[in-house]
Design a protein around this ligand. Structure first.
Ligand SMILES: Nc1ncnc2c1ncn2[C@@H]1O[C@H](COP(=O)(O)OP(=O)(O)OP(=O)(O)O)[C@@H](O)[C@H]1O
Ligand SMILES: [Mg+2]
Length: 351
């Protein structure tokens, strides 16, 4: 990545006049990504159903935010909404705001989003085959990123691609770069997609379970690359995972989702020390640790079926030991002290 030029990010362009300084202060207070009341709905059998329901959280520059929650809770859809990859078809609808450096991405056209994708905002998707084109070599696909967005020469872009493939742990990267995706193993394809995501040095990187298919040494190497990218460029990262161990190691803050909603968000240490939502508590209690190997507490019950979710109440109430009638009558708002917020009628931050 060393041969990629500095893209001249907005805060780097500070003319010496007072308004510009004021603007810069304003922009440094402004989060990189500010998701407000995001909804993603699909129409099925004539009815609209929300799979993401009023999600709000922010990511600051240089911050790594973990996004966790059970399978099907809406993590990938949230990331697809940020990328403008959902909401374009007649049966899909995206509501709320996705403010990237203060600019709302939700109303942007596909052409405008294409400009942003890959360079300023990149997604390492959960399914590598959706990102890799079977008819081009992996090297060419990684090289395309610096070619398009940095206007790098063909040779520089190729060298960047080989360097990136090497850094994500592809053995014999210069030879492998000439191969097609079908010649790669699943784990190698995943690393190819990670290389594409990193090669553009985006301002915001979304990594959707990027290391799930990889063995632990490669996983550690990838996490180190993400950290290094953040430290060097100050990018923000949304890291989606099921692995709370990785969250503890990598992330600065965590957002916990349940059935399409945010139930808790907090700085990482705070969340592990003082998990406040009953769902977060049970999520942490269901993680094996060396000390507590045989005392796992699985979360009783099943995650709700989004097709039959009552939009009124707290979606966790059927599995919650604290549930009362109030939980069935209305969804608790996400409230808290400072950057620790929780959505529960029975729990307050600090209580
Ligand atoms: N295109 C779509 N049309 C209809 N429903 C969808 C669509 N994409 C996702 N969903 C539904 O939305 C819900 C959330 O899906 P999403 O992929 O965001 O889950 P996730 O949290 O990423 O899960 P996992 O951890 O398994 O990746 C699921 O119930 C899923 O079936
Ligand atoms: Mg997913």
């Amino acid at each position: 990545m060393s041969n990629i030029r500095n893209k001249g990010r907005p805060e780097g362009e500070l003319p010496g006049c007072p308004e510009a300084v004021d603007k810069a202060r304003e922009s440094s207070a402004q989060p990189l990504l500010d998701i407000r009341d995001l909804t993603v709905s699909f129409r099925r059998d004539g009815a609209w159903r929300s799979a993401v329901n009023g999600v709000s959280f922010t990511i600051g520059k240089g911050q790594i935010m973990g996004l966790v929650g059970e399978s099907g809770c809406g993590k990938s859809l949230t990331s697809q909404a940020v990328m403008g990859l959902v909401g374009r078809k007649r049966h899909e609808r995206v509501g709320g705001k996705v403010l990237f450096r203060g600019e709302d991405l939700v109303p942007k056209s596909e052409a405008e989003m294409r400009e942003l994708r890959g360079s300023r905002i990149a997604l390492i998707s959960q399914d590598p085959m959706t990102s890799l084109n079977p008819v081009f070599t992996v090297g060419n696909q990684v090289a395309e990123v610096p070619r398009l967005h940095d206007r790098a020469s063909r040779r520089d872009a190729w060298n960047t691609a080989v360097d990136m493939l090497d850094r994500v742990g592809i053995p014999d990267a210069s030879d492998r770069a000439r191969q097609f995706p079908h010649q790669f193993s699943g784990g190698m394809r995943q690393r190819g997609v990670i290389a594409m995501g990193l090669a553009g040095e985006p301002e915001l990187l979304i990594a959707d379970e990027p290391t799930t298919a990889l063995d632990v040494t490669i996983q550690a190497q990838i996490l180190e690359l993400l950290r290094e990218l953040r430290d060097r460029t100050g990018c923000g990262i949304l890291f989606i995972t099921h692995d709370l161990g990785v969250v503890a190691e990598l992330c600065d803050a965590v957002t916990v989702m349940y059935a399409g909603r945010v139930v808790e968000t907090a700085p990482v240490r705070e969340l592990f020390r003082r998990p406040t939502h009953p769902y977060t508590e049970s999520l942490l209690a269901s993680v094996p640790t060396p000390e507590r190997d045989d005392e796992l507490t699985p979360i009783p019950g099943q995650p709700p079926d989004l097709d039959h979710l009552d939009p009124q109440g707290c979606p966790f109430r059927d599995r919650c030991p604290l549930a009362t009638d109030r939980c069935a009558s209305a969804m608790p708002p996400l409230e808290g002290a400072g950057d620790h917020e929780v959505a529960c009628w029975h729990r307050e931050v600090g209580s």
